[in-house]
Design a protein around this ligand. Structure first.
Ligand code: ARG
Ligand code: ZN
Ligand code: CA
Length: 234
Protein backbone atom coordinates (compact mmCIF):
# COMPACT_ATOMS: atom_id res chain seq x y z
CA UNK A 1 0.00 0.00 0.00
CA UNK A 2 0.93 3.69 0.01
CA UNK A 3 1.49 4.05 3.78
CA UNK A 4 2.22 6.31 5.39
CA UNK A 5 0.33 9.12 3.71
CA UNK A 6 1.81 12.52 4.65
CA UNK A 7 -0.48 15.35 5.71
CA UNK A 8 0.99 18.83 5.30
CA UNK A 9 0.83 21.04 8.37
CA UNK A 10 0.69 24.82 8.49
CA UNK A 11 1.53 25.82 12.05
CA UNK A 12 0.42 29.31 13.09
CA UNK A 13 1.97 30.78 16.21
CA UNK A 14 -0.27 33.64 17.40
CA UNK A 15 1.28 35.65 20.22
CA UNK A 16 0.74 38.82 22.25
CA UNK A 17 4.40 39.81 21.92
CA UNK A 18 7.75 38.17 21.22
CA UNK A 19 8.25 36.69 24.72
CA UNK A 20 7.60 33.02 25.51
CA UNK A 21 4.97 34.05 28.11
CA UNK A 22 3.39 36.08 25.35
CA UNK A 23 2.96 32.89 23.37
CA UNK A 24 5.95 33.31 21.07
CA UNK A 25 6.97 29.64 21.27
CA UNK A 26 10.38 28.76 19.84
CA UNK A 27 10.66 26.74 16.65
CA UNK A 28 12.23 23.87 18.62
CA UNK A 29 8.94 23.40 20.47
CA UNK A 30 6.96 23.41 17.25
CA UNK A 31 9.33 20.82 15.80
CA UNK A 32 9.14 18.54 18.84
CA UNK A 33 5.34 18.83 18.78
CA UNK A 34 5.32 17.51 15.20
CA UNK A 35 7.66 14.71 16.31
CA UNK A 36 5.28 13.72 19.13
CA UNK A 37 2.35 13.83 16.73
CA UNK A 38 4.14 11.48 14.35
CA UNK A 39 5.09 9.12 17.18
CA UNK A 40 1.50 9.03 18.37
CA UNK A 41 0.13 8.36 14.84
CA UNK A 42 2.79 5.77 14.02
CA UNK A 43 1.33 2.67 12.30
CA UNK A 44 -2.04 4.33 11.68
CA UNK A 45 -1.26 5.00 7.98
CA UNK A 46 -0.97 8.75 8.55
CA UNK A 47 2.04 10.95 9.28
CA UNK A 48 2.52 14.72 9.34
CA UNK A 49 5.00 17.02 7.60
CA UNK A 50 5.55 20.57 8.81
CA UNK A 51 5.22 22.72 5.71
CA UNK A 52 5.46 26.16 7.27
CA UNK A 53 5.38 28.00 10.59
CA UNK A 54 3.77 31.45 10.53
CA UNK A 55 4.20 33.95 13.35
CA UNK A 56 1.64 36.66 14.06
CA UNK A 57 1.65 39.25 16.84
CA UNK A 58 -1.98 39.93 17.73
CA UNK A 59 -2.87 40.24 21.44
CA UNK A 60 -6.61 40.28 20.66
CA UNK A 61 -6.52 36.92 18.88
CA UNK A 62 -4.04 35.47 21.39
CA UNK A 63 -6.33 36.18 24.35
CA UNK A 64 -9.84 36.24 22.92
CA UNK A 65 -9.97 33.39 20.42
CA UNK A 66 -12.53 30.92 21.74
CA UNK A 67 -14.83 28.54 19.79
CA UNK A 68 -17.44 30.40 17.70
CA UNK A 69 -16.04 33.88 18.39
CA UNK A 70 -15.51 36.57 15.77
CA UNK A 71 -11.81 36.61 16.76
CA UNK A 72 -11.51 32.92 15.80
CA UNK A 73 -13.29 33.50 12.50
CA UNK A 74 -11.09 36.46 11.62
CA UNK A 75 -7.87 34.71 12.71
CA UNK A 76 -8.60 31.66 10.59
CA UNK A 77 -9.82 33.66 7.59
CA UNK A 78 -6.57 35.58 7.70
CA UNK A 79 -4.10 32.77 8.34
CA UNK A 80 -5.52 29.50 6.98
CA UNK A 81 -3.68 27.85 4.08
CA UNK A 82 -4.50 24.91 1.80
CA UNK A 83 -7.62 22.78 1.24
CA UNK A 84 -9.43 20.05 3.17
CA UNK A 85 -6.32 17.84 3.08
CA UNK A 86 -4.10 20.41 4.81
CA UNK A 87 -3.87 20.61 8.60
CA UNK A 88 -3.79 24.13 10.03
CA UNK A 89 -2.79 24.41 13.69
CA UNK A 90 -3.04 27.64 15.69
CA UNK A 91 -1.55 28.29 19.14
CA UNK A 92 -3.24 30.88 21.38
CA UNK A 93 -3.83 31.37 25.14
CA UNK A 94 -7.67 31.21 25.39
CA UNK A 95 -7.15 33.51 28.41
CA UNK A 96 -10.31 35.59 28.02
CA UNK A 97 -13.86 34.64 27.18
CA UNK A 98 -16.28 31.88 27.94
CA UNK A 99 -13.85 29.01 27.24
CA UNK A 100 -10.91 30.27 29.35
CA UNK A 101 -8.98 27.22 30.55
CA UNK A 102 -9.65 25.28 27.36
CA UNK A 103 -6.78 23.11 26.12
CA UNK A 104 -7.87 22.95 22.52
CA UNK A 105 -10.67 22.48 20.00
CA UNK A 106 -11.01 21.21 16.46
CA UNK A 107 -13.30 20.90 13.47
CA UNK A 108 -14.41 17.53 12.02
CA UNK A 109 -13.81 16.31 8.44
CA UNK A 110 -17.54 16.43 7.69
CA UNK A 111 -17.61 20.14 8.69
CA UNK A 112 -15.24 21.15 5.92
CA UNK A 113 -17.77 21.50 3.14
CA UNK A 114 -19.95 23.92 5.11
CA UNK A 115 -17.20 25.94 6.80
CA UNK A 116 -13.95 25.55 4.85
CA UNK A 117 -12.32 28.61 6.41
CA UNK A 118 -13.05 27.39 9.93
CA UNK A 119 -11.21 24.09 9.36
CA UNK A 120 -8.35 23.27 11.71
CA UNK A 121 -7.12 22.86 15.25
CA UNK A 122 -6.60 25.55 17.90
CA UNK A 123 -4.54 24.68 20.99
CA UNK A 124 -3.26 26.46 24.09
CA UNK A 125 0.44 27.22 23.55
CA UNK A 126 1.42 25.82 26.98
CA UNK A 127 0.31 22.33 25.87
CA UNK A 128 3.26 22.00 23.49
CA UNK A 129 6.01 19.60 24.66
CA UNK A 130 7.86 21.20 27.62
CA UNK A 131 5.22 23.93 27.78
CA UNK A 132 3.95 25.38 31.08
CA UNK A 133 0.58 23.62 31.28
CA UNK A 134 1.43 20.59 33.44
CA UNK A 135 -0.02 17.88 33.40
CA UNK A 136 -0.95 18.68 29.82
CA UNK A 137 2.47 19.64 28.51
CA UNK A 138 3.67 16.55 26.68
CA UNK A 139 2.05 17.45 23.38
CA UNK A 140 -0.95 15.14 23.65
CA UNK A 141 -3.49 17.94 23.27
CA UNK A 142 -2.56 18.26 19.61
CA UNK A 143 -2.70 14.45 19.24
CA UNK A 144 -6.23 14.52 20.72
CA UNK A 145 -7.45 17.50 18.70
CA UNK A 146 -6.04 16.08 15.47
CA UNK A 147 -8.00 12.94 16.41
CA UNK A 148 -11.15 15.07 16.05
CA UNK A 149 -9.80 16.70 12.88
CA UNK A 150 -9.50 13.23 11.29
CA UNK A 151 -13.01 12.30 12.47
CA UNK A 152 -12.81 10.67 15.90
CA UNK A 153 -15.22 11.29 18.76
CA UNK A 154 -14.39 11.01 22.46
CA UNK A 155 -14.26 7.48 23.84
CA UNK A 156 -16.97 8.53 26.33
CA UNK A 157 -19.24 9.93 23.59
CA UNK A 158 -22.78 8.66 24.09
CA UNK A 159 -21.92 6.90 27.34
CA UNK A 160 -22.74 3.21 27.80
CA UNK A 161 -24.39 2.60 24.40
CA UNK A 162 -24.10 -1.19 23.99
CA UNK A 163 -23.50 -1.16 20.22
CA UNK A 164 -20.37 0.95 19.83
CA UNK A 165 -20.10 3.01 23.00
CA UNK A 166 -21.31 6.03 21.05
CA UNK A 167 -17.98 6.89 19.42
CA UNK A 168 -18.90 4.74 16.38
CA UNK A 169 -15.84 2.58 17.04
CA UNK A 170 -16.40 -1.03 18.11
CA UNK A 171 -13.06 -1.77 19.81
CA UNK A 172 -13.07 1.13 22.28
CA UNK A 173 -14.85 -0.07 25.43
CA UNK A 174 -17.98 1.91 26.35
CA UNK A 175 -17.36 4.62 28.94
CA UNK A 176 -19.90 6.69 30.86
CA UNK A 177 -17.76 9.70 31.81
CA UNK A 178 -14.40 11.24 30.91
CA UNK A 179 -11.33 10.14 32.87
CA UNK A 180 -9.43 12.74 34.88
CA UNK A 181 -5.79 12.35 35.93
CA UNK A 182 -4.45 8.82 35.51
CA UNK A 183 -6.27 6.38 37.83
CA UNK A 184 -4.19 3.50 39.19
CA UNK A 185 -7.22 1.21 39.55
CA UNK A 186 -8.85 0.95 36.15
CA UNK A 187 -12.33 2.49 36.25
CA UNK A 188 -15.28 0.54 34.85
CA UNK A 189 -18.03 3.11 34.40
CA UNK A 190 -20.11 0.84 32.10
CA UNK A 191 -20.10 -2.40 34.15
CA UNK A 192 -22.79 -3.95 31.93
CA UNK A 193 -20.50 -3.65 28.90
CA UNK A 194 -17.23 -5.50 28.25
CA UNK A 195 -13.88 -3.92 29.05
CA UNK A 196 -12.51 -1.33 31.44
CA UNK A 197 -12.64 2.38 30.62
CA UNK A 198 -10.10 3.21 27.87
CA UNK A 199 -8.15 5.58 30.14
CA UNK A 200 -4.99 5.32 28.02
CA UNK A 201 -6.74 6.30 24.80
CA UNK A 202 -5.83 9.61 23.15
CA UNK A 203 -9.55 10.41 22.82
CA UNK A 204 -10.25 10.25 26.58
CA UNK A 205 -9.52 13.22 28.91
CA UNK A 206 -6.68 11.70 30.97
CA UNK A 207 -3.39 13.48 31.73
CA UNK A 208 -0.85 13.54 28.90
CA UNK A 209 1.41 11.00 30.62
CA UNK A 210 -1.52 8.55 30.78
CA UNK A 211 -2.28 8.63 27.06
CA UNK A 212 -0.80 5.84 24.94
CA UNK A 213 -2.67 5.04 21.75
CA UNK A 214 -5.50 4.72 19.30
CA UNK A 215 -7.21 1.37 18.74
CA UNK A 216 -7.12 -0.33 15.31
CA UNK A 217 -10.82 0.50 15.01
CA UNK A 218 -10.18 4.20 15.57
CA UNK A 219 -7.43 4.24 12.93
CA UNK A 220 -9.70 2.43 10.47
CA UNK A 221 -12.48 4.93 11.15
CA UNK A 222 -10.29 7.98 10.68
CA UNK A 223 -8.74 6.67 7.47
CA UNK A 224 -12.24 6.22 6.14
CA UNK A 225 -13.27 9.71 7.32
CA UNK A 226 -10.34 11.52 5.71
CA UNK A 227 -10.72 9.51 2.49
CA UNK A 228 -14.39 10.50 2.29
CA UNK A 229 -14.29 14.12 3.47
CA UNK A 230 -10.71 15.27 2.94
CA UNK A 231 -9.88 13.45 -0.29
CA UNK A 232 -6.81 11.87 1.30
CA UNK A 233 -5.97 8.62 -0.46
CA UNK A 234 -5.07 6.37 2.48
N1 ARG B 1 -10.75 19.11 24.17
C1 ARG B 1 -10.09 18.80 25.41
C2 ARG B 1 -10.17 20.02 26.29
O1 ARG B 1 -9.78 21.10 25.90
C3 ARG B 1 -8.65 18.42 25.20
C4 ARG B 1 -8.21 17.31 26.05
C5 ARG B 1 -6.74 17.05 25.88
N2 ARG B 1 -6.25 16.16 26.91
C6 ARG B 1 -4.95 16.06 27.21
N3 ARG B 1 -4.56 15.19 28.08
N4 ARG B 1 -4.06 16.79 26.63
O2 ARG B 1 -10.63 19.94 27.42
ZN1 ZN C 1 -11.86 16.42 22.55
CA1 CA D 1 -16.68 2.39 21.31
Amino acid sequence: NNWPVYINVHFHVVAANTSIEGGYVPQSQVDSQIEILNKDYKNTGVQFRLDNTSRTINADWFENVNPYTSEATLMKETLRRGGPETLNVYTVSFDNGYAAGLLGYATFPSDYEDEPKDDGVVIQYGTLPSGNLYPYNLGRTLTHEVGHWVGLYHTFQGGCDPETGGDEVADTPAQAVPTRGCPTFRPDTCPEQPGFDPIHNYMDYSDDVCMRGFTPGQAARFRDQIRTYRGINV
